[in-house]
Each structure stands twice: as structure tokens, then as C-alpha cells.
Design a protein around this ligand. Structure first.
Ligand code: B12
Length: 233
């Protein structure tokens, strides 16, 4: 318990907005077999910049996307070093890891959102994004895998979106189908990932940025709006 608390305090002191500990023991598709535990690291997006993306991504949002990815990778590297100094081993992926699974459309070897739900940080929204009560979906994630025993969180296995359809109404591609998530629901049952992808690609090309970004459904989420209201007032 002490070690988990100490670790959480140190990661928050190094810029993490939320930290969760997940027991991946039962997961057969975890990326590192010898690492049954995962540390889910979340960094919140600048609320002033999220205010800009209700109609689509901006160049400033692209800058924020890259800034937060760098912070997430730095915190993950620091976490691996800290765990090594405690006599255990650990590895990490990167915030925008694109080691895609052969034959599966736009599917990474590990989805950071999974570590976040299993560690109890949040649930999967109708737009297939990870929603937190503190920052809505205006957060980005990275994950550290380790054999160091941790005081793991209670997994969240169902959605708290209820009757809200704000993301589906705001999406110009009508990608979300408005379905409530649980751990048995696939991405393809939640949203049309192809229209989501082509819409994000089009909007990113329009502002002349390389990364495929959007964020309209992030800004539309009432949990994100609550975060911005408290942060900007
Ligand atoms: C491939 C990818 C894309 C693709 C496909 C998106 C998708 N939904 O799969 C494209 C290019 C379209 C894309 C777009 C965007 N992306 Co993107 N992307 C990724 C990437 C690299 C891999 C995601 C992946 O493997 N998906 C495959 C599907 C099958 O898995 P999944 O989406 O996680 O969904 C299921 C599981 O998580 C499952 N699940 C969750 N918990 C549990 C627990 C158990 C026990 C089980 C069984 C299942 C389960 O529930 C989901 C539904 O079935 C991740 C980085 C990473 N490595 O995680 C970033 C990532 C998902 N993207 C992110 C973001 C923010 C975006 C955009 C908003 C663009 C932007 N940056 O402005 C849009 C949003 C699109 C959307 N609504 O999802 C963030 C999401 C943050 C958050 N709050 O959720 C991530 C995590 C990057 C990061 N480092 O933060 N992205």
C-alpha cells in the first residue's frame, strides 16, 4: 500500500493528472507476459485549448496534442526508472504507440484505455473514448507494465453515459451509434471507425497538420464541459 501511494504521489508531482493501478493478470492479450500489473497515467488537456475544438481541431490543439504526448512519455520513462530503483522491472509503450495488430483496422497491440478502465480511472463512452469524472475525455494516456506488486483499483466494466448522446449529436461524421459500453461490447458496435477516421483525416489536412486529430466529441462531452467550467472560472 505504502509503495503504491508513494508512486502515485511522485507521478502526480511529475505532471500526471490521474494515476491508476491495474491488475492485468486475467488478460491474455497483455503486451508483456511477465508483467501482470499496469500503471495507467493520464494527463489532462489545457482547458482553454479544448474550448477551441468544438467545431474541429486547431493548430494550437495539435501543439497541445504533441506537448501532452511528450509529458506522458517522460512520466512513463521516469516511472520505469523509479520501479527499477525499487528492485523490480518495468516497460512502457508510447502515448501514440502505433504498433498495429496485423489485419485489425487501426488497432494497437495495447489500448491504453483498457488499463484505464481496469484500474478504475473511467469508463468507455459512446464515442469509444475513455471518460473520467474529473476531466471528461479531455485526457491522454500512457501505460507502464511491471512485475512490481501494486494496490490495484476496482475495474469499471460498464458505462455511466446513461441517456446522454452529446458526442453522437456533435460528430459531423455521425460515427457513434449511441450504444452504451460494457466490457463485452466491441469498438465496431460503438462507432463507425472508418467514418471517424476519414473525418479526422479530412479535418487534420484542412488545418495542415500531420497527426490525425479531431476532438469534437471530446469538447461535446458534458463531463469535459464540467472540467472546463471548473478550470476556467
Ligand atoms: C488507433 C488509434 C486511433 C484510430 C482508431 C480509434 C479507435 N477508437 O480505435 C483513429 C486514427 C481513428 C483515432 C482517432 C482518435 N484518437 Co486515437 N488512438 C489510437 C491508438 C493508437 C490505438 C487504439 C486502439 O488500439 N483501438 C482499438 C480498439 C479495438 O480498442 P479500443 O478503442 O480501446 O476499444 C475497446 C477496448 O478499450 C474495450 N475495453 C476497455 N476496457 C476494457 C476492459 C476489458 C476487460 C475488456 C475485455 C475490454 C475493454 O472497450 C473498447 C470498446 O470495445 C490509441 C493509443 C493506444 N495505444 O491506446 C490512441 C487513442 C485511443 N486516441 C486518442 C484520441 C484522443 C483520439 C482522437 C480524439 C483524435 C485526437 N487526438 O484529437 C480521435 C477519437 C476517435 C474515437 N472516438 O475513438 C486517445 C484517447 C484518450 C481518451 N480520453 O480516451 C488515445 C488513447 C491516445 C492517448 N495516448 O491518449 N485514434
Amino acid at each position: 500500500m505504502y509503495r503504491s501511494d508513494m508512486l502515485k504521489k511522485k507521478l502526480i508531482a511529475n505532471g500526471a493528472s490521474l494515476v491508476g493501478f491495474a491488475d492485468l493478470g486475467s488478460m491474455d492479450d497483455r503486451p508483456f507476459n511477465n508483467y501482470p500489473f499496469a500503471i495507467s497515467i493520464a494527463v489532462a488537456l489545457d482547458p482553454e485549448i479544448v474550448l477551441q475544438i468544438a467545431e474541429g481541431p486547431t493548430v494550437q490543439y495539435c501543439g497541445e496534442y504533441e506537448r501532452v504526448n511528450l509529458v506522458l512519455n517522460k512520466i512513463a520513462d521516469y516511472t520505469v526508472e523509479l520501479i527499477h530503483s525499487l528492485g523490480y522491472t518495468a516497460s512502457t509503450l508510447s502515448a501514440t504507440d502505433r504498433k498495429y495488430v496485423e489485419g485489425a483496422f487501426l488497432t494497437s497491440i495495447f489500448s491504453h484505455k483498457k488499463a484505464a478502465t481496469i484500474s478504475g480511472l473511467g469508463w468507455i463512452g459512446k464515442n469509444d473514448l475513455l471518460i473520467t469524472k474529473e476531466f471528461g475525455s479531455a485526457v491522454r494516456f500512457n501505460t507502464v507494465f511491471t512485475n512490481m506488486p501494486l494496490f490495484t483499483g476496482k475495474p469499471i466494466q460498464r458505462s455511466f453515459c446513461g441517456n446522454c448522446h452529446a458526442c453522437a449529436k456533435a460528430c459531423p461524421a455521425n460515427a457513434p451509434f449511441g450504444v452504451l459500453w460494457n466490457t463485452g461490447i466491441s469498438r465496431e458496435e460503438l462507432l463507425d471507425i472508418h467514418t471517424c477516421y476519414s473525418q479526422a483525416k479530412e479535418l487534420s489536412e484542412e488545418i495542415g497538420v500531420e497527426p490525425i486529430i479531431c476532438g469534437i466529441c471530446i469538447a461535446a462531452c458534458p463531463w469535459t464541459k464540467k472540467y472546463i467550467k471548473t478550470a476556467c472560472n
